[in-house]
Design a protein around this ligand. Structure first.
Ligand code: NAD
Length: 287
C-alpha cells in the first residue's frame, strides 16, 4: 500500500510553528503580524476560502483585517485600497481573493501590491525572485507541495519530476522550486503528447490540472511519489457534491506515497499563507 501523506497533520505542525513564531515576536515587543484580506463580491467558494483563512489567522495570533467590497466596486477604488494598505505599517501581508469580477484587471491589482507584502507570491518581482532563486515570497500552494514532498524525499538531485499543469499559481512556481533542488523537471499541459508515457518515467508526479482522476494507475511507475493538487467539485447521481482530485488514488497502491484529496495539499496552502505573513512581518521589522 502507498503511504498516504497526511496534509492535515503536516499543516497543523506548520500552524503550530507559526503560532509559536508570532508569540515570540509579540513577547519581544513587536506588533502581531497583520494580514489584510480583500474580497470583492460574494462568490460562495471565495467566501469559504476567506473565512477559513481568517479563522486560521486568529488561531495563530495574526491580526486579520477584512475588506469586503461590493461586486461593482470600481477598479480605482480597489487600487486606492491597496495603496493605503501598502502604506500601513500594521499590515504585513495583503491578499486579494481571486477571482475578481470581470471589470477589474486582476494583473493590475496584483502588481500594485508592495512585493514585500505580497504573501501570495504573485507579484512579478516575487515571480522573478523565485525563478532566479533569490528569495522573495513564494506562492503558498507550491510551498505546501514542497513541504509535503520533503516529508518523504530527502534528496531531489537527479530525480525525474513531471509537473502536470503550467499555471502561474501552481505548475510554474512548483517547477522552479524543484529545479532549485536539482531535480530534472518536465512541465506538461493540455497539449503535451503521450502524457501517460511521460508520467510513467517520473519518480515524482505533481498533478495540478483540475482534471478529475486524470492520473491513472498505469501512468505511475512503482515507487513514485504522487502529489495531487487538483480540486474539482463534482455532483454525484444522488445530487450530493464532493471534492475530487486529479489522481485516481484508488489505483495507486504501487506508488511509494500519495496525497489524499481532501486533506492533502489544501490544508497546506492556508498554513503556508500564514507562515508567509509571519516571514513578511519579520522582514519588515529588519528593513
Ligand atoms: P489552471 O486552470 O490555471 O491550469 C491548469 C493547467 O493544467 C493548464 O496548464 C492546463 O494546460 C493543464 N491541464 C488541464 N487539463 C489537462 C489535461 N487533461 N491534461 C494535461 N494537462 C491539463 O489551474 P490551476 O489554477 O493551476 O489549478 C489546478 C488545479 O489545482 C485545480 O483543480 C485547482 O482547483 C487546484 N488548486 C488547488 C489548490 C489547493 O490549495 N489545493 C490551490 C490552487 C489550485
Amino acid at each position: 500500500m502507498a503511504e498516504i501523506i497526511d496534509g492535515k497533520a503536516l499543516a497543523a505542525q506548520v500552524l503550530a510553528r507559526t503560532a509559536a513564531d508570532v508569540a515570540e515576536m509579540v513577547a519581544g515587543g513587536a506588533p502581531a503580524p497583520g494580514l489584510a484580506v480583500i474580497l470583492v463580491g460574494s462568490d460562495p467558494a471565495s467566501e469559504v476560502y476567506v473565512g477559513r483563512k481568517i479563522a486560521q489567522c486568529r488561531k495563530a495570533g495574526i491580526t486579520s483585517i477584512e475588506h469586503r467590497l461590493a461586486v461593482d466596486t470600481p477598479q480605482e477604488q480597489v487600487l486606492a485600497l491597496i495603496d493605503a494598505l501598502n502604506a500601513d505599517a500594521g499590515v504585513h501581508g495583503i491578499l486579494v481573493q481571486l477571482p475578481l469580477p470581470a471589470h477589474i484587471d486582476a494583473a493590475l491589482v496584483l502588481d500594485r501590491i508592495e512585493p514585500g507584502k505580497d504573501v501570495d507570491g504573485f507579484h512579478p518581482v516575487n515571480v522573478g525572485r523565485l525563478s532566479t532563486g533569490t528569495g522573495g515570497l513564494v506562492p503558498c500552494t507550491p510551498l505546501g507541495v514542497m513541504l509535503l514532498l520533503d516529508s518523504v524525499i530527502d534528496d531531489y538531485r537527479g530525480l525525474n519530476v513531471v509537473v502536470i499543469g503550467k499555471s502561474n499559481i501552481v505548475g510554474k512556481p512548483v517547477s522552479m522550486l524543484l529545479l532549485e533542488r536539482e531535480a530534472t523537471v518536465t512541465v506538461t499541459h493540455i497539449e503535451t503528447r503521450d502524457l501517460p508515457d511521460v508520467a510513467r518515467k517520473a519518480d515524482v508526479i505533481v498533478a495540478a490540472a483540475g482534471a478529475p482522476h486524470l492520473v491513472r494507475g498505469y501512468w505511475v511507475k512503482p515507487g513514485a511519489v504522487v502529489i495531487d493538487v487538483g480540486i474539482t467539485r463534482v455532483t454525484d447521481f444522488d445530487g450530493k457534491t464532493r471534492i475530487v482530485g486529479d489522481c485516481a488514488t484508488h489505483e495507486l497502491d504501487h506508488a511509494k506515497a500519495v496525497t489524499p484529496v481532501p486533506g492533502g495539499v489544501g490544508p497546506m496552502t492556508i498554513a503556508c499563507l500564514l507562515s508567509n505573513t509571519v516571514l513578511a512581518a519579520k522582514r519588515a521589522s529588519v528593513a
